[in-house]
Ligand binder design. Structure first.
Ligand SMILES: Nc1ncnc2c1ncn2[C@@H]1O[C@H](COP(=O)(O)OP(=O)(O)OP(=O)(O)O)[C@@H](O)[C@H]1O
Length: 550
């Protein structure tokens, strides 16, 4: 294939709103080449004769073919699956998808019993070559949802020779996340003769460059470093036919859209593209139009609006800024004394992370900290220490909010509420990672966060959590105020023009669920008495031990 490139100037300015997004003063590893404009020209696709490639490998199993429509409808409704587009039927078991033996063997080794819901729906869609947007809650197995079809896709293409570009490209927002995706891709790909490499900033370029030059089928990377290698001519995009944007909304909101756009423009347009996330804010929905084909399929598992993993007990404490530190330290003592539980603590700024780290360290807590100013080697070391439980408290900015899969995090504490409720959903999603596990999140909420109160209340309600009255009051005030300022569209009124409290908007089923649940407010807790309660933690309980609610 000969590429005839025509340069088209890239306009940065129209993307400024995303560059200025308010993501917590720690824009992850915003790379030095932030805003780089590739000199490698964009191909003129009309002038190119592209080689054919195969993207439909799906043969529907007879079991799936013979499944009744009633059963399928039941499956969709049981799991609150919304499918927009003409999708093949979901699969319910691994034997219905016909993965190659090495992949199946690895699945068995992992001890997985059946596909998660997002996997059930995504695999037939991706294996039959469709573009896909997959939205499912944190910890729902989205990585394997796109990686296994990626491996199948790559292994059906012509072998990658030294100097060739890869067949699969996965982009994700953080260095830690790409390393994690790489581990999964490598684990499943290596037995299927599918070579994988990971490309991210902050690490030495040479080994990454060498791995690209040697030829690999699958590349996983952060947009900035990928762009560097494209500019150097080391990463060639002409063979890429399977593209994944993981945590796509975050990448776009972090200001990576220019980088993603430049990369996407240089990949053949008949490629297969998918985007995955647990959240899909409306600000970025339209941007999907740029990257995916018009006949893409869109799947949402769970509520179509912002939805948290329902296996997490979410506790919100409304307090003042000055109360936070003491309340946090008290809480940390309780958590540590009770269960020696692995705990992830989020702060909004790097400075705050450093302060909280110093304080907690001085007090003798087993703490680590991570944020975007730390050297990558330090960040990797910290994550390793935390994963291996050398120290069980990690204080972090949002650098640790997305995608990280650490099985035994039991608690997430938000000292500061994030600027966007989507981030809250991702942060708390670091707990309750596997199908059967549960977790608890504690969040301090101040009047400065009032804007987020209505969306937070909805997240709590949709996850079947009871909302404490202080938060509800702030949310109602907020809706009332924004309604007065911006016309009536945000107001919640009944037919007689009386304000309706937020909770009356719930579905009856949710209201019923919530009546059975106690109020989630730390302020309503009894004085903590660890000795008396220790035995109850060994009991399998729903969410967190009932003592907390007594
Ligand atoms: N079919 C399965 N059965 C049981 N566990 C699974 C299955 N598939 C994946 N898992 C496990 O579930 C955990 C969460 O998966 P993963 O990290 O892909 O979640 P995610 O949906 O990407 O979450 P996030 O939105 O937070 O990134 C992982 O530890 C993974 O090994």
């Amino acid at each position: 294939m000969t590429l005839n490139y025509n340069a088209i100037p890239f306009e940065m300015n129209q993307y400024q709103p995303y560059m200025n997004s308010n993501y917590g003063y720690d824009h992850y590893q915003r790379q030095s080449n932030d805003g780089i404009i590739l000199t490698t020209p964009k191909p003129d696709w009309n002038q190119l004769v592209l080689s054919n490639f195969e993207k439909n490998f799906y043969i529907e199993s007879p079991i799936v073919q013979h499944r009744s429509m009633e059963d399928i409808q039941q499956f969709l409704s049981n799991h609150q699956i919304t499918i927009d587009g003409n999708a093949p039927r979901p699969v319910c078991n691994f034997n219905e998808i016909n993965f190659p033996d090495p992949v199946m063997e690895t699945i068995i080794q992992c001890g997985f019993q059946k596909p998660t819901v997002i996997q059930s729906c995504s695999w037939p869609i991706l294996l039959s070559g469709h573009d896909l947007i997959g939205i499912a809650s944190t910890g729902s197995g989205k990585t394997l949802a796109f990686i296994l079809p990626a491996i199948i896709h790559a292994s059906h293409q012509e072998f990658v020779k030294p100097g060739d570009g890869p067949i699969v490209l996965v982009m994700a927002p953080t260095r830690e996340l790409v390393q994690q995706i790489y581990t999964v891709a490598h684990q499943f790909g290596r037995l299927a003769q599918c070579r994988t490499t990971v490309i991210f900033g902050g690490a030495a370029k040479e080994p990454q460059r060498n791995s690209l030059l040697a030829g690999v089928e699958v590349v996983i990377g952060t947009p900035g470093r990928l762009l560097d290698f494209i500019e150097e001519g080391v990463l060639k995009l002409d063979r890429i036919t399977y593209l994944v944007l993981d945590e796509a909304d975050r990448m776009l909101d972090m200001g990576f859209e220019p980088q993603i756009r430049q990369i996407c423009e240089r990949i053949r347009s008949d490629r297969q593209t998918s985007m995955f996330s647990a959240t899909w804010p409306k600000e970025v929905r339209q941007l999907a139009n740029k990257f995916l084909s018009t006949n893409r399929i869109h799947i949402t598992i769970g509520n179509v609006s912002l939805a948290a993993n329902p296996s997490i007990c979410q506790i919100i404490e409304v307090c003042t800024e000055s109360q936070k530190e003491n309340r946090f330290l008290q809480l940390l003592r309780e958590v540590m004394a009770l269960r020696d539980a692995k705990t992830l603590v989020f702060c909004q700024t790097k400075k705050r992370v450093d302060e909280i780290y110093r304080t907690t360290k001085q007090l003798g807590f087993p703490v680590l900290c991570i944020h975007g100013d730390k050297q990558q080697s330090q960040r990797d070391f910290t994550m390793g220490e935390f994963r291996r439980r050398r120290k069980i408290i990690l204080i972090a900015t949002d650098v640790a909010a997305r995608g990280l899969d650490i099985q035994d995090i039991q608690f997430v504490i938000n000292i500061d509420f994030p600027n966007q409720t989507e981030d809250y959903v991702h942060r708390i999603g670091r707990t309750a990672r596997s199908t059967e596990s549960v977790g608890t999140s504690y969040t301090f909420f101040t009047s400065d966060n009032a804007k987020q109160a209505p969306s937070l209340v909805r997240v709590l309600q949709e996850a079947g959590q009871k909302v404490n009255q202080d938060l509800m009051d702030i949310a109602e005030d907020q809706l009332y105020t924004s309604g007065s300022k911006h016309g009536s569209k945000n107001r919640i009124y009944n037919n007689n023009q009386q304000r309706i409290p937020l909770q009356q908007h719930q579905q009856p089923q949710q209201q019923q669920q919530q009546q059975q649940q106690p109020t989630n407010t730390l302020q309503s807790y009894p004085i903590y008495q660890p000795v008396q309660y220790i035995p109850s933690f060994t009991q399998p309980v729903n969410y967190i031990p009932s003592l907390i609610y007594n």
